[in-house]
Design a protein around this ligand. Structure first.
Ligand SMILES: [Fe+2]
Length: 383
């Protein structure tokens, strides 16, 4: 038996953001804490969200201090504003960071717990305050998943919370909100989405439904991510990427992730790098090792990436899949080495990052559990 989590209502497609006011009114909520970041608060995206709220007389207070890798402070600050203003629900607007911060605020509003106490599997008791999650990037799928990640800024560790009580009530994926997304962000979030689909496909947690979802996501990303990066105004490519992240998000939300994410979380926490860039760089390194242990799992990956797999060995499929991942990463301009991001090998704390990768909540989803020494060797491949 498998449990499948997905938000109760999901709006997908061009222009759907215009419909949020009516849906929220129907649900009966009155005043939102609108959680976002400075970039979106000062862009043309925010009025596209607030106009339908204004039209239906739904009140909101804006909290726009969420940082790129959201911190415990971000969650406490948002919670404080929510309580002072008697908000009865939350609207999150953004990519993974505002979504994750909103999930944490939502859970803390109804559970007397710190972010540290929430780390791990299903730690909260009560359902979070309702969240309307509006995605503005095509990558993290945070608007439809039960996972969120908060950085403990003192310990420089990303805490992964997997909590069914944090699932949004209503998700919104409108490609028209993504047209102005810069090429580098499109590339990074798209490669994050590819990582989700691939990790969810090779994990032992995958089952028939999630496998089909992962395969669909990978096919779309291979075809449309280079187009979305080359021309941000390509609405067909943006819409295809929205569909891909919705499929991939449902896949990993229910099958789980793996060691690429375990290692990527540590890089993001210590060096404050974009999550998708971390994932893209680590993906081929970890999948090469996974392919040695479970080559059969890579037949589906290779097929989704365009290989006619009939008559090919599992090893041939795996080699093709990994080379296609590397090609796609290069095509969309992801750096190959950490030195390109001004990170010096002699200053890199291999032991600290590796120890934390081993205990990351995504690690058990990987087809095999690497040792500390293997993890150090994986990080060394990034130099
Ligand atoms: Fe991710």
């Amino acid at each position: 038996m498998s449990v499948f989590y997905v938000p109760a209502v999901n709006l997908i497609g061009r222009g759907v953001v215009k419909e949020i006011g009516g849906h929220i009114k129907e649900l009966g909520y009155k005043k939102a804490l609108l959680v976002t970041d400075h970039f979106i608060a000062n862009s043309e995206i925010l009025p596209k969200v607030t106009a339908p709220l204004d039209a239906e007389g739904i009140a909101y207070v804006i909290f726009s201090d969420v940082e790129p890798n959201p911190t415990c402070k971000n969650a406490y600050d948002g919670l404080d504003i929510l309580r002072k203003n008697d908000c009865d629900f939350i609207i999150s607007v953004g990519g993974g960071s505002p979504q994750d911060a909103a999930s944490c605020i939502s859970i803390m509003a109804t559970n007397d717990m710190t972010p540290q106490e929430l780390e791990g599997l299903h730690k909260s008791t009560n359902k979070g305050l309702p969240v309307v999650a509006i995605n503005t990037t095509a990558g993290t799928s945070a608007e439809i998943t039960i996972n969120y990640v908060i950085t403990d800024e003192e310990r420089k560790v990303k805490m992964v919370m997997v909590d069914k009580n944090s699932l949004a009530l209503l998700s919104v994926n409108d490609p028209e909100l993504m047209l102005s997304k810069p090429a580098a962000l499109t590339a990074a979030t798209g490669m994050d989405a590819l990582t989700h689909a691939i990790e969810a496909l090779v994990t032992p947690g995958a089952y028939d439904v999630t496998k089909k979802l992962s395969i669909g996501a990978i096919e779309l990303i291979k075809e449309y991510l280079p187009r979305a990066v080359a021309n941000g105004q390509d609405i067909e490519a943006r819409e295809a990427m929205v569909n891909a992240i919705f499929l991939g998000g449902m896949a990993f939300n229910n099958a789980g992730l793996g060691y690429v994410h375990s290692m990527a979380h540590q890089l993001g926490a210590v060096y404050n790098l974009p999550h998708g860039v971390c994932c893209a760089m680590i993906l081929p390194v970890v999948e090469k090792e996974n392919a040695k242990r479970v080559p059969e799992a890579f037949r589906n990956v290779a097929k989704a990436l365009g290989l006619h797999t009939e008559g090919k060995s599992d090893q041939e499929c795996a080699a093709y899949a990994i080379s296609e991942i590397e090609k796609l990463s290069e095509t969309v301009g992801i750096p190959k080495k950490l030195t390109e991001l001004d990170i010096k090998e002699e200053e890199f704390d291999f032991g600290y990052l590796s120890k934390n990768a081993l205990i990351d909540a995504c690690a058990p989803g990987n087809p095999f559990m690497p040792t500390l020494e293997e993890t150090i060797a994986f990080y060394k491949e990034l130099f």
